[in-house]
Design a protein around this ligand. Structure first.
Ligand SMILES: *Cc1c(COP(=O)(O)O)cnc(C)c1O
Length: 445
């Protein structure tokens, strides 16, 4: 199995149309949205790559950590979005994971994009995406990037302060502006409102200034915080947006679009969140108002699994207690793809992939499942003490140098914020698999 190769499967369980209409495959066997197939494909990809690596003879970096990405998972998330938030047109937040195949699939599925820099806008435009499908959703922009957006025809952008309006007047008077408002993000994983968003007692002033500058304000944007967990935050934000729409109308603006931002998680809180959001959208905004969203983690979190190599081990014996535990050192850590521990408040769950000659992916037991076994702490490869992945976990196996661990749900805010600190790589291979034929067809796999 060559790195980065696409692994095709004959065992397609669901087609795109069937997924939308029912949860049964042709043979009438219920399926769990393709998840069984997904795990199987990911497991095969992990195993075949790991089996091909001999730590005693391999070239430099051949044993580096690598991802397996199931693009079928991204596809299923999109179908799930369409089912539960049909009124909201998603614009994927590129910063979350700018993986080229993920972007390509989303683009093929007709998803729009939320970009925050020149490089992100350029990456999306280079795929042939029409500039009208991009929103430059950064209320505090670099001047030269605004010029770039203007030249490229990316008109939609957000603002939340007066200086940004003067900047827009100078550089891109034809822009289609969204007024980003403050939200209550206290129940979210990563708060954004200390940094961005106009409070409701400043929106009138900002709209008056925009009017005076003859700028085109077309809508309102908000973001309830990344990893939002309280549906009430959405209700309040939608009500506030309605207030600003009405305020704008009295000043002569004809706002036509509401941007409900991101914050959605891919776990089973999505459906209740979506139901609450849909209901409040329908009660506050007539169908004539276009609704867009900027989901990031929702689309990619579960699609990526990472495998890491145990490069070193330290045995820790406690003479008084008579216990032995181990410190394991992996070839990836918080300065690499586990940056999500620091920046995104995640706790990636260690699982054992290969121990000696045994392949253990199918066991699916995590290092937090079974107490009173051999204790491990898991560290990254750099010389910094902050570089720790797990302070304490347990496995029945004796894990040694050369074994492999894997971590699921590593698609959001991981690779994109990895560094090269201490000379370790930030360029990790991604092996793509695809558990949905609909996605495979769109990508030409
Ligand atoms: C980060 C960000 C997003 C994506 O947030 P998620 O929580 O990953 O969905 C969307 N919009 C803006 C403006 C952002 O900054």
């Amino acid at each position: 199995m060559a790195p980065s190769a696409y692994i095709a499967t004959e065992e397609y369980h669901l087609s795109c149309d069937k997924l939308q209409s029912c949860d049964y495959i042709a043979r009438g066997v219920p399926v769990d949205h393709g998840a069984g197939t997904s795990k199987q494909l990911i497991g095969e990809a992990l195993k075949s790559r790991v089996e091909a690596i001999d730590q005693d003879t391999c070239g430099v970096g051949e044993e580096d950590a690598f991802f397996v990405a199931d693009l079928g998972e991204v596809y299923r998330q999109h179908m799930r979005w369409k089912t539960h938030l049909g009124r909201v047109k998603p614009h994927y937040a590129v910063k979350c994971n700018p993986d080229p195949q993920v972007l390509r699939l989303l683009s093929e599925m007709g998803v729009g994009f939320d970009c925050a820099s020149k490089a992100e806008i350029e990456q999306v435009l280079k795929m042939g995406v029409d500039p009208s499908r991009i929103i430059y959703a950064q209320p505090c922009k670099t001047k030269s990037y605004v010029r770039y957006a203007a030249q490229s025809g990316v008109k939609q952008m957000t603002f939340d302060n007066a200086d940004e309006l003067y900047k827009t007047k100078q550089l891109f008077p034809g822009a289609e502006l969204y007024l980003r408002i403050l939200t209550d993000d206290s129940a979210s994983l990563c708060r954004l409102s200390q940094k961005f968003g106009a409070s409701l007692d400043t929106t009138a002033e900002l709209l008056e200034l925009a009017k005076k500058l003859e700028l085109n304000v077309v809508g309102v944007a908000f973001h309830v915080g990344s990893g939002a967990s309280d549906p009430k935050a959405f209700i309040k934000a939608v009500q506030d947006a309605r207030f600003v729409f009405d305020q704008a109308a009295t000043l002569g603006f004809e706002m036509h679009t509401l941007d409900v931002g991101g914050g959605f998680t891919g776990d089973d809180t999505f459906e209740p969140m979506a139901a609450v959001l849909s209901a409040s959208l329908d009660s506050y905004f007539p169908p004539s108002v276009r609704i867009i969203g900027e989901p990031g983690r929702y689309y990619v979190s579960t699609a990526f699994t990472i495998a890491c190599h145990v490069i070193a081990r330290r045995t820790v014996t406690d003479a008084t207690l008579g216990t032995t535990s181990y410190m394991l050192y992996l070839n990836d850590g918080v300065y690499g793809n586990f940056s999500s521990i620091i920046f995104d408040h995640q706790n990636p769950v260690p699982r054992l992939l290969k121990c000696g000659d045994a392949m253990l992916y199918d066991v699916r037991r995590s290092g937090y499942d079974t107490p009173s076994m051999t204790e491990y702490s898991i560290w990254g490869p750099t010389c910094d003490g902050i570089d720790v992945i797990s302070q304490s976990c347990v496995f029945p196996e004796v894990i040694d140098v050369g074994d492999w661990l894997y971590f699921e749900d590593m698609g959001a805010y991981t690779k994109c914020s990895a560094t090269r600190f201490n000379g370790f790589t930030d360029a990790h291979d991604v092996v793509y698999v695809c558990s949905e034929p609909g996605a495979g067809a769109l990508l030409g796999f």
